[in-house]
Design a protein around this ligand. Sequence first.
Ligand SMILES: [Zn+2]
Length: 59
Amino acid sequence: MMKLSCADMGKPECHFVAEGETAEDVKMKLMDHVREMHPDALEGTSEDEMMKMMDEKMM
Ligand SMILES: [Zn+2]
């Protein structure tokens, strides 16, 4: 089981944690959450860049 929290991605006020069997699962879940709850985080950062940052945080 892998997981990555929104706080890890620079949103300490958010308590969302994405969990999944694979890194891909976790990234998809967190990306859906970011699109819905933190659209501002995607201004100036592409989804590709966001995915890359998630990879780095998960290692
Ligand atoms: Zn969040």
